[in-house]
Write a protein that binds this ligand. Structure first.
Ligand SMILES: *Cc1c(COP(=O)(O)O)cnc(C)c1O
Length: 648
């Protein structure tokens, strides 16, 4: 009965949502109506039930799609259907990460085969030098935005190719280039087969960088253009977003793999092998360069952007050699800072509070600064109480998860008992959850174990911390970090203060960002392109404690959270790590803990609550994905659709 009425209610709300045609896009992005934006991404984090994402990139794509829907910006999304998704993380008793792959039950998901205009299911054919890959297409309707997912699991393929798209970031280099062939070239073919003619192609990261080549081929075949003219015209409609300064984040392929997979397409483009390889090389004449997907993305797009202001300047420096005749400031890579989908990450209790104090249509105007002034009308006591309710809820969720973890590992009754009551709702609680890539330095806070022990166990101002995150299956150092942190539960001085919750995903993230007091982020500067989890915390009243990297470098104003370090870094990683750890301890000891525990006669931490309000007021609108998609519409999509010149 309860379930039934929840479904009915959701259905009614969806109808109201879809029935509103007076959207931002209808007045500002109407020209995209007949020729929508095609948004390509290798990952989409829409909901935990569809595990086709591994981390920030995917969640960002999901939030982009949701905001495009809210705003009514005409957009179709293209990705891959990974039947086994990314892995589920289980730690054994000794803290070793095990990876488990479950088959996604398509019949339990709101997903159906995509059809062409005759209503028939679609089967795409991609030719390589060593055979054909056939692809079927699924459709997921995300509000107003259709998401098309390409799947190689069809009878016509040999058994190996049927597995091609089964796992995200699985297999070897050959798997990888085949997946990217499917995403880019297959994606363009799929849209064509469905009957969609995009006005703009947005390549979200280099994985889809082969896509424009298929568009170029169409222009040559259909419109009789020469290769160079087709390149110029297609680049005018193409936008590229780069997401990381970490070298391993840029796919590079050997010439043999490129020729095997792109050879037949190259024949139709009527260019030589060397010319083709040149598209993926910084120096087209240099035979020692591999084919880089970021380079082709940069070469085949009219606008390119990084994902925060700092990442913009880092990227301009990083790719300057592509434009050797330009000074660094004129390298054509701008930035649009990432944001998050407020309605996905906002706790219901906070939403209720906002409903009470914000303008009635606030949810449709999230990207407007004035809307968020409403937070200043909220009673500090009410805000604090709401936060503490959410914190208590998070702690019971974590306890349940820890009990499950221990029971699964057949641990003794005492351990399970301990998990049942671990974490103290009165204690300053820090969250640290993200992929365990080593540059994110999950272990930084344990650099000086004695020091953190005394901070965490301070009799007046104790601190506790919750960790979560997966390491890539092949990332041994990342796995070692996980093991080291998980095993702190064997240390009598830390077992009550440090917990590791398994299997970080969108669901666990939602619980954590809604309940923590403080969100810690300490990447090795400047390697965090943006980071978005801290933006989710803002909406719910948590405070950021972060290195001045990624989005935080432009967000921090001295009063809307806390900064680690002074926004510089040393050439030596060792020195940077040491300085950042020292700064982290000092800020915790001298700023964060004193402010949190300083209470007035009503028991309220007034200064802390002021910071919460200031954080919400100054950051929530700026780092919402509604603002982000509006920026993409103004600076990227509309100029690309209209052929206007672009000034980002
Ligand atoms: C938001 C989110 C991320 C991104 O976190 P960063 O702060 O960018 O590291 C990663 N994983 C999940 C599941 C998320 O929800």
């Amino acid at each position: 009965m309860v379930l039934f009425s929840r479904i009915n209610q959701a259905y009614r709300r969806l109808k109201v949502y879809m029935g509103n045609h007076q959207t931002w896009g209808s007045t500002h992005a109407g020209v995209l109506g007949a020729k929508p934006v095609a948004y390509f991404s290798a990952e989409f984090g829409i909901h935990e039930s569809l595990p086709i994402y591994s981390g920030g990139l995917g969640v960002l794509s999901g939030d982009h799609v949701k905001s495009a829907s809210n705003l009514g910006v005409p957009l179709v999304a293209v990705g891959l259907f990974y039947a086994q998704g990314y892995f589920r993380q289980k730690l054994d008793r000794d803290g070793f990460q095990n990876e488990e792959y479950d088959d996604t039950q398509v019949e339990h998901l709101p997903i159906k085969p995509a059809t062409n205009q005759e209503g028939d299911p679609i089967l795409i054919d991609i030719e390589t030098r060593t055979g054909h890959i056939k692809i079927k297409v699924w459709k997921v309707q995300v509000g107003r935005v259709p998401l098309y997912l390409l799947d190689s699991n069809v009878e016509e393929n040999d058994p190996e190719d049927r597995q091609l798209t089964s796992r995200l970031y699985g297999g070897n280099e050959r798997t990888r280039i085949r997946q990217e062939l499917v995403l880019g070239v297959g994606g363009v073919k799929a849209l064509h087969a469905i009957g969609i003619c995009p006005g703009v192609f947005h390549l979200n990261e280099g994985h889809s960088g082969f896509g424009p080549l298929e568009v170029i081929r169409c222009r040559m075949t259909d419109d009789g253009l020469a290769f160079d003219d087709a390149v110029r015209e297609v680049a005018m409609q193409t936008a590229f977003t780069t997401h990381t300064p970490v070298p391993a984040g840029h796919d590079r392929f050997a010439p043999e793999l490129v020729e095997e997979h792109l050879g037949p397409l190259r024949d139709q483009l009527k260019i030589s092998f060397d010319e083709f390889m040149g598209l993926g090389r910084i120096d087209p004449q240099d035979p020692s360069e591999l084919f880089c997907m970021t380079v082709i993305g940069l070469k085949l797009s009219r606008t390119a952007n990084a994902v925060s202001q700092l990442h913009g300047s880092v990227s301009r420096r990083m790719w300057a050699s592509l434009w050797p005749w330009r000074v660094e400031e004129e390298i054509p890579i701008g930035h649009i800072t990432n944001g998050v989908h407020s309605q996905t990450w906002l706790a219901n209790q906070m939403r209720t509070l906002y409903n009470k104090h914000f303008p009635t249509d606030w949810a449709d105007r999230l990207g407007e600064p004035s809307v968020w002034n409403g937070i200043l009308n909220v009673d500090p006591g009410e805000l604090w109480e709401t936060h503490n309710t959410l914190k208590a809820r998070m702690i019971s969720f974590i306890r349940r998860r820890l009990v499950d973890q221990s029971s699964r590992r057949d641990e003794d009754a005492a351990t399970i008992d301990f998990a049942q009551s671990v974490l103290d709702p009165e204690v300053l609680t820090i969250g640290f959850a993200r992929r365990f890539a080593t540059y994110k330095r999950a272990n930084l806070i344990f650099s000086d174990l004695d020091r953190i022990k005394s901070l965490m166990n301070d009799p007046h101002r104790p601190i506790q911390i919750v960790f979560a995150g997966k390491a890539h299956p092949k990332d041994q150092p990342g796995k070692d970090y996980i093991r080291a942190i998980a095993n702190l539960r064997n240390d009598p001085e830390l077992k009550a203060r440090v917990v590791f919750v398994e299997d970080y995903d969108v669901n666990l993230c939602r619980h954590l960002v809604q309940g923590v007091d403080v969100w810690l982020n300490n990447p090795r500067r400047p390697l965090e392109a943006s980071g978005t989890s801290g933006q989710k915390v803002v909406l719910n009243g948590g405070l950021n404690l972060s290195i001045l990297d990624g989005w935080w470098a432009e967000a921090f104003d001295g009063k809307n959270g806390f900064a680690i370090g002074n926004g510089t870094h040393h050439v030596s990683d060792e020195v940077s790590d040491q300085r950042d750890a020292e700064s982290l301890y000092q800020v915790l000891e001298n700023e964060v803990a004193p402010m949190f525990y300083h209470r007035d006669i009503d028991g309220l931490p007034r200064e802390w609550i002021r910071r919460m309000m200031h954080s919400i007021n100054t950051l929530a609108w700026r780092f919402s994905s509604d603002r982000m998609v509006m920026d993409y519409a103004h600076h990227v999509y509309l100029p690309a659709a209209g052929g206007l010149s672009c000034k980002m």
